[in-house]
Design a protein around this ligand. Structure first.
Ligand code: NI
Length: 170
């Protein structure tokens, strides 16, 4: 395993649409996922998308990090490939987000409160889940990376975008 460099906002690859994964259960795919897991853990992230480590494919990983989000519901560690998200209601809620490609910053982002997501794991096994709240938020954030969308582009009011250490002091 090796830690990959996480590319930052401003890099053109983060604005591109990722390609579908065609072949599952390959040594290259497993190696990339191992490296992404190590990279995400080292950075204490809740999720990581392949384009963030320079791979323009529809692959995200996410899972709950109890150190960083002690008050949130747990999210099972998941490898999600070629995802499709369907909102289960029109209802949205605002929540604070950060991103390993936008280090040190936080922004208030509206997301669908309840979604269904479908996709495949690294072996080609179907994943089909109805989720809500923080789990739904993390999936929407990570899958946005696959369509070249970064969370600052979704902030409705840029007054609620700033440096984490300043926003949450006091
Ligand atoms: Ni992100």
């Amino acid at each position: 395993m090796s830690i990959k460099e996480i590319i930052k906002m401003g890099h053109p690859l983060l604005l591109e649409k990722a390609n579908s994964v065609i072949e599952f259960d390959t040594p290259e795919l497993h190696k990339l996922i191992e490296d992404m897991i190590e990279t995400m853990e080292e950075a204490s992230g809740a999720g990581l998308a392949a384009p963030q480590v320079g791979e323009g494919i529809q692959l995200v990983i996410f899972g709950h990090d109890t150190d960083r989000y002690p008050d949130d519901d747990s999210i099972p560690f998941t490898v999600l490939i070629n995802p499709i998200i369907t909102p289960l209601s029109e209802e949205t809620e605002d929540g604070w987000e950060g991103c390993l490609s936008v280090p040190g910053m936080r922004g208030l982002v509206p997301r669908f409160q309840k979604i269904n997501y479908k996709g495949y794991d690294q072996f080609g096994k179907l994943i089909d889940r109805d989720v809500e709240g923080f789990h739904a938020r993390v999936v929407q954030h990570e899958c946005d990376h696959l369509i070249g969308m970064l969370y600052p582009l979704r902030i409705k009011d840029l007054r609620f975008f700033g440096f984490e250490d300043t926003l949450f002091s006091e």
